[in-house]
Design a protein around this ligand. Sequence first.
Ligand code: C2E
Ligand code: MG
Ligand code: MG
Ligand code: MG
Length: 278
Amino acid sequence: NSKMNRSNNFEFYNSDLKKKALEEFILENELRHAIKREEFSLNYQPLVDVSSEKIVGVEALIRWNHKEHGFVSPAKFIPLAERKGMIGFIGEWVLEKACRQMKKWIDSGYPVRFIAVNISVKQLESLEFLDNVKRIIRETGINPRHLEFEITESISMTNLKNRTEILRELDDMGIALSIDDFGTGYSSLGKLKKFAVRKLKIDRSFISDINIDPNNTAIVSTIIAIAKILNMKVVAEGVETLEQVEFLREKECDLIQGYYYSRPVTFDEFEKMIPQEI
Ligand code: C2E
Ligand code: MG
Ligand code: MG
Ligand code: MG
């Protein structure tokens, strides 16, 4: 009978939601203890210059290894941290760790030019953000010219006058701004200029279909062309095959990042990939 079905459905739906809410609640609580339990670490993925095939930069990516649950994906806990107001302290931990590591690499003569750190819009919106960045730069001794902030397109392109000011100030300090997952959000080319953006990272979804989906092939070519007109560098993320590398080289994409060269690795694995120049 249909009435009964409906109530069963409701029960099912309801318990599903409860399960999800419970899971989130547990995750949120565990997240609060993650720093002091030393469960966070950073992985590093090289960015390779297309023409010289040399590693020129590195992206820092957070990893959370929970004592019981094992690795939890940042795609899962970063949005949760953003919703629950925890991204500030996680972001600070990431930035400080990344700056310390980069300073060590520069001081020991590794020829890496920049470290890219993902910054959530929630961090940008916080009043303490700029002060925290300045403090971390001072305390770690990193040259801000070796630092790059990656901001996801959808968020970075929306409104806010004071956001423009923050991004300008970062630029004045020498920190480069890069638009992550470019092509998936809304952007106005005028705003890219106003925000002092120096780099566009083409979203992985467009790269994976190069030479399969003619639309994506055209989108990738167009983004590269736009970047050149705007005098910005362009990065392809999620590059996995030689075929993709060759296409991107032909289109004169500047940098490549992806499993084709390397997955994100620990700092000591990363050091083995880059030759020291002392
Ligand atoms: P993202 O910044 O776009 O980072 C690229 C993601 O693509 C990383 O996933 C990386 O491991 C993955 N990737 C790189 N090359 C390939 C490839 O060739 N094929 C495939 N299939 N994947 C590739 P990850 O580390 O799981 O991070 C996911 C997202 O979580 C990041 O996307 C970023 O938005 C966020 N995230 C990671 N670390 C941080 C952080 O420290 N702070 C903030 N706010 N967000 C972070
Ligand atoms: Mg990124
Ligand atoms: Mg990205
Ligand atoms: Mg992405």
